[in-house]
Structures are given as structure tokens and as C-alpha cells.
Design a protein around this ligand. Structure first.
Ligand code: BGP
Length: 489
């Protein structure tokens, strides 16, 4: 029997997480092609008061309009926080906090501007070399996501994204190029960010223009696109094992635990089903095959995933080493007609009266993190990684250049406490990277003012500001957490 582990293990990977499209800026520099995220429009459902599920899908009409008037629609994601030019300063700040790891993503369109070239763009490759070398200077292990909510826009225009099987070899080529190039520099990899969010938006992670798909085919397209991404992910895992045998490569989901509204068996059953729909994604990637419960779901919903001979073998051979999650909230569900559609959604129609909400109405549930970790570990018995968690909040920069973000400290402290409990419960946890360790452009709202960082970036929602970086109170607090390996909470 395994010994009781009282605290965070030695070598625990503390750090922070970002994504290329939310920090880099320089959207048209260094030979980069335009990516889907460069066209992710500003449609904040919270700002409009219409919290009606995430609405960050782009239509073909909008895309055409944006292409014609690029200046008029200069989307915030294109500005980023200028990490492309300031990475040295930023990584030095991460090092000052004592980061052991730094999660970034590589922009596919920096390496293959349209995704279709046979040779990669050297300037793009050289940029990440510099970033990884900078990390190495401070002993920071990069944790790299191959595809975090973006891909060359050409692949959307030509193939309508991942609904097309054509993308699989293009992604494999890209994965092989980056694995080979960075084999001595990157030992921790993630294939796709939050693949289960395909259930919500097919544009964000899969580059699919939904209006080109008949409404009755939406679920079919969701699972077909996901199938192609599963294959691409499995091929990347295989390539990683071949090219960097000592690396670890994982899958990643947005973990939203669904609680049943009541003790009514019907509600309990619905909660179980909602959780299954979410875990379907790591089930395939961590077990190497489609779970049996999906056969019924596919039959009930008239979904026919087209598979080719050899697909199952690829999935079996491409099993991940660990399961990474982002964790922000839990949900409440009940037996109702549309319950299945809400699985994995940020939008829960039922409020949990026991939980407080963030300024963006995300329920704050640290114990839900412990529950999630315990469940996932029971299910896979593989190491887990919390690679996103944090509080999006409005911060105030005081006249003397300070940010008193005790609310963020409270939030992270409570989640760290629950991770510690989960470790005691036997969970094998590799690391914790808080989301948006440096303020960045929010994904769902495209706002700068939804801040997650320990480091404040002087930029507003319109892109004005000096871009100067400031240490928040949480910066010093997190530094101590890392120094004490999670003991001085
Ligand atoms: C996750 C994404 C991130 C990030 C985070 C916070 O789903 O992987 O890219 O942005 O959510 O979401 P938001 O920026 O909408 O607050």
C-alpha cells in the first residue's frame, strides 16, 4: 500500500500558465500567419448581460467582414501583452517568484503560417528557442501546449477546421517539427487545450465555422472533429515517445464537476451522465479507446462517427502519460431535456446556493477541485496536473504602483489547500500552474480587465496603456508558497 503523503511531493512543479494567442501580440511579425484566434471577436456575454452560454463562435460572414476591414476589427487577442518582445522581462519575473515551470503554447501559425507549407518558418521556431533558453537560464521547465485554442486560419477557410480529416497529417507534421526542434529543451507537453470545450464552441478549439453546418448536424460535427483531434493527439503522443523518450505528454480538459441538484435518482443519473460526457475526452486519450457508454449516446443522438481502418490502433498506441485539467468551477444539473447539451459548459442555469460567485459569475468551489482530482485519479490512476486555475477579477492599480489583491490570494490559497488534501487522499499530482500568472487577454471575453495574474500589466480593454509590469501583493505571497513547497499557506 502506498504511504500517506502529507504535503506536496518534492519536485512538485509550481508555476503559471499562459497561451500564445493571449500573450504574444506581434500577430503579423516574424513570418507568422493569421490564426483563428486573431479573428476571435469581442462578444462578451457577461458585458451584455446575456449570459447565454459561451458565444465566441465566428460565422463565415463575420470572418469575411473581418478580413475586409482588418483595422476596424482589430481584436484584442492580436495585441496580447507584447510577450513576443518582452519575454525576457516576463520570464525574469516568473523566476523571481521561484517558478519551477511555465506553461506556454506554441502558435501553430508561427511555425507553419498557413499550416500547408512543407518547410517550417525558421523565424517562428527561433522565437520559441529564445523563450526556452530564457527559461533554462533560471531552471524553469517549460510545459508546452501544442495547440491552445488556435490554428492557421487558412485551415478554417480551406477545410472548415477539424471536421476535416485532412488536418491530421498537417498537425502531425507540425508536432514532429516542434518535438524535434525542442527535444533537448522541453520535457513536458500537452497536445490540445481543453478539447472537451468542443461541446461549447467548435470555432475556438477546432476552427470550425458552425454556420456552415446544418443545425441538426452540429453534434455529429462536434464528435467527428473531436475524433480527428483524438487521432492527431495520439499521433503526436507516438511521435513524442519516439523523438523524446524521457518526455511526458498529456491530454487536457476543462474539468467541471456536475453535482446533482437533489437526491432524486433521476438527478443523480443526470449528473453522472454529464460528467461522463466531459470525461469522454480523457477517457479516449488516457485509456486509448472509446468508452462503451458513448455507443448509447451516439445511438440516441443519431451520431455516426466516421472511423477508418487503423484508427482504433492509433488511439491505442497514443495513450497519454498524464491527465491535465483546468479547473475554475463546478456545476449543478438536474434531469431535464437539454441537460446533456450543458455538459462541459461554462454556463450553468442552476445556481449552487452554497457557493459564492466571481465578478464574472463563475461559482468558486475549491472542494470541487479536490473531488475532481480524486475522481480522475480513481478513474485513470495516472498522474494529474492542474495546469489552469485562478480568479478573473478587476484589479486596481494604486497611485504608488501597488495592487492589493487579497481576494486572489484567498482564492488560490483555498484551492492549494484542497490540492494538498487530494494528495493526502492518494492522488498523484505533478504540478500546479495558475492561469494567467501575468495578466493577459481573457479568452472568453476578450477583455484585458478580467485579470488573473500575479503580475499586473498596464493595458486597458481598448489596448491603451504603457504595458508596464507591476508586482501585485499575490506575487510575493505566491513566491512564499513556492519557497515553502505549499507549506506556508
Ligand atoms: C480556459 C482557457 C484559457 C483561459 C481560461 C480563463 O478555458 O484554456 O485560455 O482564458 O479558460 O477563461 P477566461 O479568459 O474566459 O476568463
Amino acid at each position: 500500500m502506498k504511504q500517506l503523503q502529507a504535503g506536496f511531493p518534492k519536485g512538485f512543479l509550481w508555476g503559471g500558465a499562459t497561451a500564445a494567442n493571449q500573450i504574444e501580440g506581434a500577430y503579423n511579425e516574424g513570418g507568422k500567419g493569421l490564426s483563428t484566434s486573431d479573428y476571435a471577436a469581442y462578444k462578451d456575454p457577461y458585458a451584455t448581460g446575456k449570459v447565454d452560454n459561451f458565444t465566441f463562435n465566428v460565422t463565415s460572414k463575420e470572418l469575411a467582414e473581418y478580413k475586409e476591414n482588418p483595422e476596424k476589427y482589430l481584436f484584442p487577442k492580436r495585441w496580447g501583452i507584447d510577450f513576443y518582445h518582452r519575454y525576457k522581462e516576463d520570464i525574469a519575473l516568473m523566476a523571481e517568484m521561484g517558478f519551477k515551470t511555465f506553461r506556454i503554447s506554441i502558435s501553430w501559425a508561427r511555425i507553419f503560417p498557413t499550416g500547408l507549407e512543407s518547410e517550417p518558418n525558421e523565424e517562428g521556431l527561433a522565437f520559441y528557442d529564445k523563450v526556452f533558453d530564457e527559461c533554462a537560464k533560471y531552471g524553469i521547465e517549460p510545459l508546452v501546449t501544442m495547440s491552445h485554442y488556435e490554428m492557421p486560419i487558412t485551415l478554417t477557410e480551406k477545410y472548415n477546421g477539424w471536421v476535416s480529416r485532412e488536418l491530421i497529417p498537417l498537425f502531425e507534421k507540425y508536432a514532429r517539427v516542434i518535438l524535434t526542434r525542442y527535444k533537448s529543451k522541453v520535457k513536458y507537453w500537452i497536445t490540445f487545450n481543453e478539447m472537451n470545450m468542443n461541446l461549447n464552441s467548435l470555432y475556438t478549439g477546432a476552427g470550425v465555422l458552425e454556420d456552415l453546418i446544418a443545425p441538426e448536424d452540429k453534434l455529429q460535427a462536434t464528435y467527428q472533429a473531436s475524433h480527428h483531434q483524438f487521432l492527431a493527439s495520439a499521433l503526436a503522443v507516438k511521435a513524442c515517445k519516439e523523438i523524446i523518450p524521457d518526455a511526458q505528454i498529456g491530454c487536457m480538459i476543462n474539468q467541471i464537476e456536475s453535482y446533482a441538484l437533489t437526491t432524486k435518482p433521476e438527478d443523480q443519473l443526470q449528473a453522472l451522465k454529464s460528467n461522463q460526457l466531459n470525461m469522454f475526452y480523457p477517457d479516449v486519450q488516457a485509456r486509448g479507446e472509446y468508452p462503451t457508454y458513448m455507443a448509447r449516446y451516439f445511438a440516441d443522438n443519431d451520431i455516426h462517427v466516421v472511423m477508418e481502418e487503423g484508427d482504433e490502433e492509433i488511439l491505442r498506441e497514443g495513450v497519454v502519460d498524464y491527465v491535465a485539467i483546468s479547473y475554475y468551477m463546478s456545476h449543478v444539473t438536474e434531469a431535464r431535456e437539454d441537460a446533456a447539451k450543458l455538459a462541459g459548459s461554462f454556463d450553468s442555469p442552476i445556481k449552487n446556493e452554497h457557493l459564492e460567485l466571481s465578478q464574472w459569475e463563475w461559482p468558486i468551489d475549491p472542494i470541487g477541485l479536490r473531488i475532481s482530482l480524486m475522481k480522475l485519479y480513481d478513474r485513470y490512476e495516472k498522474p494529474l496536473f492542474v495546469c489552469e486555475n485562478g480568479l478573473g477579477a478587476k484589479d486596481e492599480l494604486t497611485e504608488d504602483g501597488k495592487i492589493h489583491d487579497d481576494y486572489r490570494i484567498d482564492y488560490i490559497r483555498q484551492h492549494v489547500e484542497q490540492m494538498k488534501e487530494a494528495i493526502k487522499d492518494g492522488v498523484d499530482l505533478m504540478g500546479y500552474t495558475t492561469w494567467g500568472c501575468i495578466d493577459l487577454i481573457s479568452c472568453g471575453t476578450s477583455q484585458m480587465s478580467k485579470r488573473y495574474g500575479f503580475i499586473y500589466v498596464d493595458q486597458d480593454d481598448e489596448g491603451n496603456g504603457s504595458l508596464e509590469r507591476y508586482r501585485k501583493d499575490s506575487f510575493y505571497w505566491y513566491k512564499e508558497i513556492i519557497e515553502s513547497n505549499g507549506e506556508n499557506l
